[in-house]
Write a protein that binds this ligand. Structure first.
Ligand SMILES: Cc1cc2nc3c(=O)[nH]c(=O)nc-3n(C[C@H](O)[C@H](O)[C@H](O)COP(=O)(O)OP(=O)(O)OC[C@H]3O[C@@H](n4cnc5c(N)ncnc54)[C@H](O)[C@@H]3O)c2cc1C
Length: 443
């Protein structure tokens, strides 16, 4: 009989139901449930759990921060390894790396910890997102556009393999696992128990520039945005956002730029929009604190709501893209729904490191449909399906972090990366112990 330092529940045990769904962000819960839950206390527990799952004929599912939109950690016939207790953080001034447990929340936990040391890591936008799922998918952190994928800053990680061994992975040790872990997301076939991340000096001056346009100007604004974005320097995080501000009765289109350390000139391109004079509000280079930016993210992604998300990396000319995109910015299905057209021009203009994360273009579209009651689900789903049907012909693939492959399969890796991923998975997890992708990628 396996014994654990942490807590263990089989289906039917008192506490099992809560343990199975604890910390799930999306309140639109699927009916899938694991066979058992292990709230592991340490890596030895994780390894024992992996061996137990193999012996019981279960697969292994993992939860770090519980923020996967489709609740990937809930899978039938699995042992759910819940890493809630893996919240260690340790900064090493000798090489400016930080060790983080996978359940550390990027904005709420890691950012204030690193701020004490004058350092920064490009965490997920909403401060409650767990580092585990975020890093495994690649991680679109703050100013990903300029600083690259969060996974590019992973120095090494500790992984419990399908064989139940705890191994260190880096460019030089278990390099196959290290390659796969940076981008395979929920298809990864191991449990990461700790990451070591390279940090950067903390920014000194943060400013935000925002132009708010009436939604009926979306065709003109989006057409301009598709070219003007290329003029914005890499120090600036840039997005066009469709949303309904609190108290407003109609959506607006906001062009938003957050400049890290480069001052007002870095956002000058925003003033070149031919209809800039018709903006209902414009704020240029307003000093802003990181806490304020994070608070805005929390308001935009409220807890206890029902979420549907999808996304696509887009290619194509403005004349093809704008008609497909405009409805997603002018007609939103609920007051909290928002859409984002993010620019990755600087990221795409330099070589991407060799890692599983291998699809992407310089233009990222994502839609976050937010409902409050189950009765709204069908309408929310239909709106998102219609939106993605219009946009999908221009898709080169999707970002796992905002995807739901059960609804809309898309490419998640290049063909070469997908072949390599499958070879490594067959070698490292020959019996398919890890639950893998929910829904099939369109490879
Ligand atoms: C409000 C909100 C805001 C978001 N903002 C961003 C953003 O700005 N940028 C961005 O890139 N993404 C963002 N996301 C998406 C987010 O990164 C993914 O949902 C990610 O999976 C969350 O990680 P998690 O650990 O919290 O999730 P979990 O649901 O715990 O993990 C998702 C899956 O990843 C795998 N996994 C997680 N941890 C491990 C591990 N330690 N070992 C092995 N496998 C593991 C498992 O398959 C797991 O089921 C956001 C999501 C939400 C809900």
């Amino acid at each position: 009989m396996t014994s654990f330092t942490g807590a263990f529940w089989r289906g039917g045990d008192t506490g099992f139901a809560d343990a199975a769904t604890s910390r799930l962000f999306n309140h639109r819960l699927p009916s899938r449930r694991p066979a058992a839950v292990l709230r592991a206390a340490d890596a030895a527990d994780v390894a024992a759990g992996v061996r137990l799952a193999a012996a019981e004929g279960w697969k292994v599912a993992v939860r770090s921060g519980g923020h996967s939109w489709p609740a990937w950690s809930l899978r039938e016939d699995t042992l759910l390894v819940d890493l809630a207790l893996f919240t260690r953080m340790a900064y090493d001034p000798a090489d400016a790396t930080v060790a983080v447990g996978p359940a550390v929340r990027g904005g709420l936990d890691l950012d204030p910890y690193l701020a004490e040391h004058g350092r920064f890591f490009s965490v997920g936008h909403s401060p409650t997102v767990g580092m585990g799922g975020f890093l495994l998918q690649g991680g679109i952190g703050w100013n990903c556009r300029g600083w690259g994928w969060a996974a590019e800053s992973v120095e090494s990680m500790d992984v419990v393999t399908a064989a139940g061994d705890l191994v260190r992975c880096s460019e030089t040790e278990n390099a196959d696992l290290f390659w796969a872990a940076r981008g395979a997301g929920p298809g990864f076939f191991g449990v990461v128990t700790e990451f070591r991340l390279r940090t950067r000096p903390r920014f000194r001056e943060l400013t935000q520039s925002t132009y708010v346009y009436p939604a009926d100007l979306a065709p003109e604004v989006l057409t301009w945005y598709l070219s003007a974005r290329r003029e914005v320097p890499p120090s600036v995080e840039l997005a066009a956002v469709g949303c309904t501000p609190p108290g407003a009765d109609a959506p607006v289109l906001i062009v938003d730029a957050v400049s890290f350390d480069d001052g007002p000139a870095s956002s000058a391109a925003l003033g070149t929009c031919p209809v800039a004079g018709k903006a209902s509000a414009a704020t240029v280079a307003r000093p802003v604190g990181f806490a304020e930016l994070q608070a805005a993210q929390l308001r935009a992604n409220p807890d206890h709501h029902r979420y549907f998300a999808d996304n696509a990396f887009l290619t194509g000319s403005a004349s093809e893209l704008v008609p497909a995109l405009v409805p997603a910015f002018v007609d939103l299905p609920t007051p909290r729904t928002f859409t984002v057209l993010g620019d990755f021009t600087p990221l795409r203009s330099r070589p991407t490191p060799d890692m599983a994360l291998s699809v992407g273009t310089d233009l990222y579209f994502a839609a976050y449909v937010i409902g409050e009651a189950p009765e709204e689900d069908a309408r929310c789903r239909a709106w998102l399906d219609g939106t993605m049907r219009r946009v999908a012909p221009a898709s080169a693939g999707c970002y796992l972090g905002d995807s739901d492959l059960t609804v809309r399969p898309d490419r998640i890796m290049s063909d070469a990366a997908w072949s390599r991923f499958r070879r490594i998975r067959a070698d490292r997890d020959p019996d398919g112990l890890f639950a893998g992708y929910l829904g099939a990628p369109a490879q």
